[in-house]
Design a protein. Structure first.
Length: 88
């Protein structure tokens, strides 16, 4: 246990932040599971917004955010291939 006053405060802050970040990460996991079931464009934009916000606030690393976004855009492209049109 910390003895110095500033260390005690740092410990309190860390506990609060850990709880907040854990709940945010759980929300992201829930959104990702829901997306994998539905695979629609609307939920993709919601995931993008959530991931960007989490990377901006430091909950997840920016490279992890980019990786998540890339994987989900690939899943969307696979699920909804572009329609070919006849050119003649």
């Amino acid at each position: 246990m910390p003895i110095i006053k500033s260390a005690k405060k740092a410990l309190r802050q860390t506990k609060k932040r850990t709880l907040a970040n854990r709940s945010k990460k759980n929300l992201l996991q829930t959104q990702m599971r829901a997306f994998k079931k539905g695979k629609n464009q609307k939920s993709l934009s919601a995931i993008y917004a959530l991931v960007d916000k989490m990377a901006k606030t430091g909950v997840i690393h920016k490279n992890k955010a980019a990786r998540i976004k890339s994987r989900f855009s690939r899943l969307t492209a696979k699920a909804n291939p572009p329609k070919k049109t006849a050119t003649a």
